[in-house]
Design a protein. Structure first.
Lengths: 382, 382
């Protein structure tokens, strides 16, 4: 198999030397219980929260479904604030569960009108608001802190998808007053895909206890008692749990502030260079977790993401839905260091020239030096 | 960390050298789609079926929930046939989904009365029957073939949990006339935990298309169109998918008949020796997938499974619920060869002597030779 490097917004590269931390242990042992409890402690520190944290064996969408099943009741109206495919997914999940919502769609290429969102939440119509911290289909960062400062209705439960943002964008759950936050293993936690988590405030848990759930695997009450002692109700993805636990501890040693700063620096440097090459950032509220870049118009609709993969050996993501063929999405989560980004940029320029779009990436010596400072994160985890 | 060997009925040991097959690839690529389609082909051959196979990122319980959500309607009555904790789980899942069932509980320590089960299914009350091929809490193998030969009502949908039996006990889905079979990665498929699957007959799929599901992540209609081209609707546990795919291909090369024969031989030899040491097989319909052995009465209730782990370095499972402290459960899925089983038996005897139960395992030269024939399966996968 050809060795390719993922520059996508997840899943991330897991180098072979990291797998030795994916221990095969039995889950009904004190050793595994300690790992579960310790991983939960790391996630609580990362989210600056005392919330109850549940680890699930599923993709992030499973955690979203569990959040909707456990914390949204049949008789309330939910405001779904969406700037793309993953925001819309909150609505699809609520629909599937027969729950009621209104969708507030924010255009990806305009600045988010936080006042309008705050006013809608304050209208008194809604029991919960579901938001997406980083919408990875468009690279949009939702300004949660600004929104929270403008909302006065404190009865509304805030349920936030942090799948793409966790570990990259700051998210202090308790001081922000968020009730439910969901995330998963295979993005900035630099771990294999297949484990997700939910952090739920005391207020959310109190609301949940009265609800009809119609779920079994995702019924969090099954997890509550078990998790007090680090047990899971069903066989967990033990090996992925163990590796994610190892990475959480290593990332804490590196420091989340340092990790976030690293993502910000690589992303902003890359975007600056890419803009010099004719790309344009799609979102007016960009995040450093994922870069959604409009292609130079001449390259639209020509299978550019596939050409990049074929021509450079780096895997980037195409747009989804209406954005298919119009954007390229990248992410620098995990394996990637500055040298690889420089190498990618140079190969990208050569590829674009062969496609008839001649460009010269403007990489100054200063940028080169800044990039070379950033070693692959995962080499520091092994 | 102390290196222990799992002799439990899952999860299984994954040696470090196997992890290199857990490729980090992007899931929206033709390479990954080919892996999904090829794994589905292997599972169809293993189950001797043309059924539609879905791969999910969840534990086996998630696949059970998906089966109940997609193939049981709100207005039918289901017969749940249970000989223990995992059979009962079918009922718990149906309850959570607000569906209707009757539980037929079979005592673990009596021979299964197949005629009674057949008569109940033939009563005309039920739209579906949910069964457990191997009940791993008691080591019981349900004689599906015998049951099917006695049932005359062919309107009843057969939904079977094959989580513990897949790859160990024969299960030819189409010739048996089963409609839905669920299984998962971390037992005899010798793979990390976290991936499950559902095989569904055309008849089951036809029934599903009319049903209310109230599920999103486990709504199989979301998987149908995607799976035609090898796509998954949500980010799958890519690395576990890739390793499981590798193992499926390797096990096919070894041959499922050979793998089953190996499990049968090791299990029956081990049980014979254990019976000579004072253990007694709990089930009257035992399976070679898991051995549930009653402890000699003097060792009951003394934390025997924990003592085995501490004293021998091999991890076995305790009983669950009312059987806690009364039985020891073992499995030989994956890493374990005959030499390890012999070593375990000898250490077990020494441990029992220190606990005041002196016993001499009767291992003849002939048994030694037969055991030594069986090398660890996983070494043949790497």
């Amino acid at each position: 198999m050809k060795r390719e490097i993922l520059l996508t917004p997840g899943p991330v590269n897991i180098p072979n030397e990291l797998w030795r931390y994916a221990a095969s242990m039995h889950h009904r042992t004190d050793e595994f219980r300690a790992i579960v409890q310790d991983a939960i402690g790391s996630l609580q520190r990362l989210l600056a929260t005392n919330a109850h944290v549940y680890l699930l064996t599923s993709s992030g969408t499973g955690a979203m479904e569990a959040a909707a099943a456990n914390f949204v009741s049949d008789d309330e109206l939910v405001l779904v604030v969406s700037s793309g495919k993953f925001g819309d997914r909150w609505g699809e999940i609520l629909s599937a569960q027969g729950k009621h919502f209104e969708l507030m769609r924010l255009p990806a290429d305009e600045r988010i009108d936080v006042d309008s969102v705050a006013a809608e939440i304050d209208s008194g119509k809604y029991g919960s608001a579901m938001l997406t911290h980083v919408e990875s289909s468009t690279g949009t960062l939702f300004p949660l802190q600004e929104l929270k400062s403008k909302v006065s209705n404190d009865e509304v439960l805030f349920i936030v998808d942090s799948i793409a943002s966790i570990g990259v964008e700051e998210l202090e759950m308790d001081s922000l007053g968020l009730d439910v936050v969901v995330g998963c293993s295979q993005k900035a936690l630099a771990s294999p895909a297949g484990v997700s988590f939910i952090a739920a405030s005391g207020r959310a848990l109190k609301k949940a206890s009265g609800g009809k759930k119609r779920a079994y695997y995702f019924d969090l009450t099954r997890y509550t008692d078990e998790f007090k002692v680090g047990d899971t109700p069903f066989t967990p993805a033990v090996q992925t749990f163990c590796l994610m636990h190892h990475n959480l501890k290593a990332l804490e040693r590196i420091g989340w502030d340092n990790t976030r700063e690293r993502h910000r620096a690589i992303a902003s440097e890359f975007v600056r260079i890419a803009e010099g090459m004719g790309f344009e950032e799609l979102s007016r509220n960009p995040s450093s977790a994922v870069q959604a870049l409009r292609l130079p118009r001449r390259l639209e609709g020509k299978g550019f993401a596939a050409a990049v993969r074929e021509g450079t050996g780096y895997v980037v993501a195409d747009g989804q839905g209406a954005l298919k063929g119009k954007i390229m999405r990248t992410g620098y989560l995990g394996l990637v260091g500055g040298e690889a980004v420089l190498d990618f940029v140079e190969k990208l320029a050569r590829l674009m020239a062969t496609l008839g779009y001649d460009t010269e990436p403007a990489i100054g010596n200063e940028a080169r030096e800044r990039f070379s400072f950033y070693k692959p994160l995962l080499s520091r985890l092994a």
